[in-house]
Design a protein around this ligand. Structure first.
Ligand SMILES: [Cu+2]
Length: 102
């Protein structure tokens, strides 16, 4: 229940392609957002655990699947990412992207 790496450093204005592989045995997801957005999404996932996503900022991956999220970081600061399948976030399946102001 973890992301490798869990800490990513980028620069403001950069567009990053996250190539994510689920090397585990159960479905996972990769969701980008503020901590607040991720927590709200986590509450929804607890009610609808089978939710699958293919949106700009999140992707669902079954065991062995690989996918991409492409995101442009327009502001400096911290952006969080997490897997919001019930229990996974609490188990520590989260990480941070530090966006430097150049
Ligand atoms: Cu997960």
């Amino acid at each position: 229940m973890r992301f490798t790496p869990a800490l990513v450093a980028v620069k403001k204005g950069e567009t990053v392609r996250f190539v994510v592989t689920n090397s585990g045995k159960v479905p996972h997801e990769f969701s980008l957002g503020t901590e607040q957005e991720l927590k709200e999404h986590y509450e929804v996932m607890k009610k609808f655990p089978g939710m699958e996503h293919n949106e700009a900022n999140k992707i669902s991956l079954k065991s062995g699947q690989k996918g991409e999220v492409i995101w442009r970081f327009t502001k400096g600061g911290v952006v969080d990412f997490a897997c919001l399948h019930p229990g996974h976030y609490d188990a520590g399946m989260k990480g941070q992207i530090k966006v430097a102001n150049q």
